[in-house]
Write a protein that binds this ligand. Structure first.
Ligand code: AMP
Ligand code: GLY
Length: 423
């Protein structure tokens, strides 16, 4: 059996979960994570390399005889890291799990994604794309909509580019602010769209561009406050499976969304391998795409991967070599539940450098670190979403109970978590 050296790019809780899963693989020789965090260091070797510095990533790949690069977050993909590897002689032989720059526009340009969905009859909210030159058209479109109003900076805005506002006045102001650079160049184009109501879920597939396999479905809790109130965050918790995503709903997701997306990518000759994340809204039983992402979700991954029975390294290699058709993917029937512990104040200003205690008291759950660092052997907070606690159990209620019992054992000054994940 040939074993692989793998370089995983990223430093969040998602990457910690990916590292945890890959470390279990009989196909793994050595795992490197760039830059990683103290959590990933338990599963491999952290390298202080910036994923956006493609030359440095390529050099690290040569130095460590890397066979497979796994890209955790969207920025390197949207900036073209897959193309860079394919066109750079020293690393042409390295497999990259992640789409081409052209295909990564599914996430990198919401305007592109909306047009793609229109071309392929994939259900999504009605929309219009506005630039400075067409701002009057945008103001007119807003006037014809009902509140709330949904405005999205088309480009990457670190998860902050989506605004949902209640009044027409506010929507007009925000549109003009976005066009005037509120989110930098990400707002050069603004997508205004119809507000969809229903329950959301996150569907993930892994694809080689032709075949695809479904991963466990998850749900993410985005608002900071209990009862889904307060500011949007990167995600405060997740569960898998999602009761609403039953067999009938998932049949529609396959037929109306996943297969047309894969077919569309092929028809448009957009090379794709790796993950596709479909952010979906269930509107009266019918799935609509809210957004595409070209990566796994965070904190969904922390709930999804513990339920994946299939060997992740084999799955990723198959995706990068066009052999996914030969892979079976199987799920653990048990339920998983993830709660994120954040620094007080997140997603607004928060403190860093507080001492984290109790991770060694955790019993029966997994801890995936995100915003942490170590100093002289002490674990300290170093970000807003500090860590995730995940449990797997026979029922969702048991998984949640175990997660919450262990969250209670972890402490740092100002630590915060939602107490209503999964309810
Ligand atoms: P996004 O960054 O595209 O994931 O959007 C962030 C969140 O805004 C989504 O998870 C939804 O909760 C919400 N959202 C985005 N677009 C819409 C829409 N058209 N209708 C209702 N909610 C939306
Ligand atoms: N949890 C949503 C995301 O990763 O975009």
């Amino acid at each position: 059996m040939n074993k692989l050296n793998i370089l995983l790019l990223g430093s969040g809780g998602r990457e910690c979960a990916l590292a945890w899963k890959m470390a279990q693989s009989p196909r793994l020789n050595h795992l490197f994570i760039a830059p990683g965090n103290p959590g990933t260091a338990a599963y491999g070797t952290n390298l202080s390399v910036n994923p956006m510095d493609f030359e440095a990533v390529a050099r690290a790949s040569v130095d460590h005889d890397i066979h497979l690069v796994v890209v955790g977050s969207e920025d390197p993909l949207v900036a073209g890291i897959a193309d860079y590897f394919h066109s750079t002689p020293a690393v042409q032989h390295v497999l990259v799990v992640g789409p081409s720059r052209a295909a990564a526009q599914l996430e990198g340009s919401k305007a592109f994604a909306k047009q793609f969905m229109l071309r392929h009859n994939i259900p999504t909210a009605q929309h219009i794309t506005i630039t400075q030159a067409t701002r009057d058209e945008g103001l007119k479109f807003l006037a014809a909509q009902h509140p709330p109003y949904v405005l999205k900076a088309s480009g990457l805005a670190a998860g902050k580019g989506v605004l949902i506002v209640d009044t027409l006045d506010e929507a007009r102001t925000q549109l003009l602010d976005m066009l005037n650079g509120k989110f930098g160049s990400a707002g050069n184009e603004v997508v205004i769209e119809q507000f969809l109501t229903g329950e959301e879920c996150s569907v993930f597939v892994v694809t080689d561009g032709r075949d695809w396999r479904l991963l466990p479905v998850a749900k993410d809790y985005k608002r900071v406050g209990e009862g889904n109130t307060g500011l949007n965050t990167g995600g405060m918790g997740s569960i898998s499976p999602v009761p609403m995503a039953d067999a009938e709903f998932m049949r529609k997701v396959r037929d109306r969304i996943i297969q047309p997306t894969i077919d569309g990518l092929q028809q448009e000759q957009l090379p794709y391998c790796g993950f596709i994340f479909f952010g979906l809204m269930n509107m009266g039983g019918a799935p609509y795409v809210i957004e595409y992402n070209v990566r796994l979700g965070d904190p969904e991954t922390q709930s999804v991967l513990p339920r994946l029975r299939t060997d992740l390294v084999s799955l990723l290699e198959a995706s990068a070599t066009g052999r996914l058709g030969q892979m079976d993917v199987s799920e653990d029937p048990r339920a998983s539940a993830t709660v994120i512990v954040t620094a007080g104040g997140y997603p607004e200003a928060y403190r860093k450098g507080d001492i984290i205690t109790g991770t060694d008291q955790v019993d029966g759950s997994l801890v995936f670190q995100a915003g942490t660092r170590t100093e002289g052997g002490t674990l300290l907070t170093n970000g807003g979403r500090v860590l995730a606690v995940t449990s797997l159990a026979a029922t969702p209620a048991a998984a949640l109970a175990m997660t919450y019992a262990n969250v209670g054992r972890i402490h740092f000054d100002g630590c915060y978590h939602r107490r209503d994940i999964g309810q």
